[in-house]
Design a protein around this ligand. Structure first.
Ligand code: FES
Ligand code: MG
Length: 575
């Protein structure tokens, strides 16, 4: 086997450079015999740290990964990935996904690694890791860190994120105070691990498994369970075999694998952030995938997993019911998957499937689905080229009829929304559409999770739990809000959301999948000629670089120049 790492550490044709590359890796106790033994060198891309509590458990799990790599005859080398934590990073973690991606590409390409274990968990860590693996195309395997244990308030399950959206309504209605609000939120985080709802983290790790990039069952095992350490060990072992068998990410992440991932996202009622990240992974893998594929492939898939926010249960329950292998089993029975797609364990998706062990959490048959409407609706219209709506949370209050007309109430961003939402002069009622703009990738920058705006307090006290919302930003995957979001192009780069005004009428027509403002082309043009864009201020050098090169959400918000680099280990040779 011709190991890439030997070019650094065992190249008799170039003793000077070999000596230089080799000697420093000896200084912490590795031996020359080890490094020149022809054993695969496996990187452990460590996404956990004190700054990333969702993934912090990986710091301990890495010991089991190392054991597995060693036992299979490899040499583990752990290294850090730029921290990506969803709730702690300002202005938003979405700004940093492409930065972590760039950093990881550089590491995988430029260091003596033959393969890599990608540790994933919090939302963007999975996207960034798989995007980088696709670009470099070095043998890679995903190890997710697993969800937290179930949270409870009293006897009721309290899911990550969702508890915040629910509690802020209670706070707005005066039913709880600040201290109770904080206590309720803490109840949802009882252990190490990532969000326990089917938010973006669990959705993305489920997608990694559905793509075939992790061992079967990996996504749902709760972080503190013994099986988590055991699968960490098995993942380390398997990484060595992937190098020996030369199984690359691009041989796993095929068009069929991406279609499987879309079907699974629909079946789990996955996060509205999934299309953005999966489309990005596909672009870096050289696979054509668009938002329209999401409706074509995922459109008719029913909801098979009863997890919050669309359902009742949490990650622990999902694992006990069989996790992703059980979802695959139910989908395969109705021909909704490509059964022969290969996974990193060397078996097919069909071979990795296993029946549900609790049909109240994972439906054993599509006849027992929790909702007929999984997946996303992809909308077009005169305000954007593409926007998404998550069908599993679109209630009849939001969609009383196939065609609905609302009165728009427009906010210039989350700060403006918070300042004015309770202003009585806006006269907000059930017939209103709350609109937030300047919250996309370039406008915010990074794109903010703010479209799930709650109604004014006066309406909540009258029992109105949600209003229709629209925006060029995103929303948390843990939110149960029925929003029209991820609108591309965003206001900041000339999307027509920029010229929408409070009082405009906006119509959603479900049969034609259109959302249109009642404005003529002439009116739109007239408004643009009078338009003054809001000032754009970069706070950091990366914000400036990001804004100069990052694309819109419908195409994955990738760095435009980065997608030109395809399969770089093979096309660019050695660094
Ligand atoms: Fe990190 Fe949800 S905030 S996993
Ligand atoms: Mg999020």
């Amino acid at each position: 086997m011709d190991l890439r790492s030997r070019q650094w550490w065992d190249n008799p044709a170039n003793p000077d450079m070999t000596a230089l590359y080799l000697e420093r890796y000896l200084n912490f106790g590795l031996t020359r015999a080890e490094l020149q033994s022809g054993r695969p060198v496996i990187g452990i891309a460590q996404t956990g740290s004190d700054l990333v509590p969702c993934n912090r458990h990986h710091v301990e799990l890495a010991d089991r990964v190392r054991d597995g790599i060693r036992d299979a005859g490899g040499i583990p080398l752990e290294f850090p990935v730029h921290p990506l934590q969803e709730t702690g990073k300002r202005p938003t973690a979405a700004l940093d996904r492409n930065l972590a991606y760039l950093g990881l590409v550089e590491v995988l390409y430029g260091y003596p690694l033959d393969g890599v274990v990608l540790t994933t968990g919090c939302d963007k860590t999975t996207g960034a890791c798989l995007m980088a693996a696709a670009t470099v195309n070095l043998p890679a395997i995903v190890l997710s860190g697993g969800p937290m244990l179930n949270g409870y308030i009293g006897g009721e399950r309290a899911g990550s994120g969702l508890v915040i959206w629910q509690s802020r309504r209670l706070l707005a209605a005066g039913k709880i105070d600040y201290a109770e609000f904080m206590d309720r939120v803490a109840c949802s985080a009882p252990s190490v691990g990532h969000c326990n709802t089917m938010g973006t983290a669990l959705s993305m790790n489920s997608i990694a498994e559905a793509l075939g990039m992790s061992l079967p069952g990996c996504a749902a095992i709760p972080a503190p369970h013994r099986e988590r350490g055991q699968i960490a060990y098995d993942t380390g072992r398997r990484a060595v075999d992937l190098v020996r068998d030369d199984v690359t990410p691009r041989s796993i992440m095929t068009r069929e694998a991406f279609e499987n991932a879309i079907a699974v996202t629909a079946a789990i009622a996955g996060s509205t952030n999934c299309p953005i990240h999966l489309n990005a992974i596909a672009r870096h893998a050289g696979v054509a995938l668009t938002n329209d594929d999401w409706e074509a492939v995922g459109g008719g898939v029913p909801v098979l997993v009863n997890c919050a926010p669309a359902g009742t249960y949490l990650g622990e329950d999902f694992h006990r019911a069989g996790g992703i292998p059980a979802v695959l089993h139910t989908l395969l029975a109705v021909g909704r998957l490509h059964p022969d797609a290969l996974c990193v364990n060397g078996r097919t998706i069909a071979e990795n499937a296993a029946p549900s062990s609790d049909p109240s959490v994972v439906a054993a048959s599509v006849d027992d689905a929790f909702s007929p409407r999984g997946g996303f609706l992809v909308l077009h219209g005169n305000l954007f080229r593409s926007a998404m709506m998550k069908m599993s949370v679109a209630t009849s209050a939001f969609l009383p009829a196939p065609t609905v007309t609302w009165r728009a109430v427009v906010f210039e961003g989350p700060e403006d929304y918070h300042r004015r939402i309770d202003d009585p002069s806006l006269d907000i009622d059930e017939g209103c559409l709350l609109v937030v703009r300047n919250t996309g990738p370039i406008g915010y920058p990074g794109s903010a999770e703010v479209v799930n705006m709650q109604p004014p307090a006066a309406l909540i006290m009258r029992g109105v739990q949600a209003l229709a919302t629209l925006g060029d930003g995103r929303q948390s995957g843990t939110s149960d809000a029925p929003s029209i979001l991820n609108a591309s192009p965003e206001a900041a780069i000339g999307g027509n959301l920029a010229i929408l005004r409070t009082g405009d009428r906006v119509t959603l027509d479900m049969p034609t999948r259109r959302l249109d403002a009642e404005l003529t082309d002439e009116e739109i043009e007239e408004r643009w000629s009078a338009y003054v864009p809001p000032p754009r201020v970069d706070q950091t050098p990366w914000q400036e670089l990001f804004r100069a090169h990052t694309g819109q959400m419908d195409t994955g918000s990738c760095l435009d120049f980065a997608v030109e680099y395809q399969d770089i280990v093979h096309t660019k040779g050695l660094p």
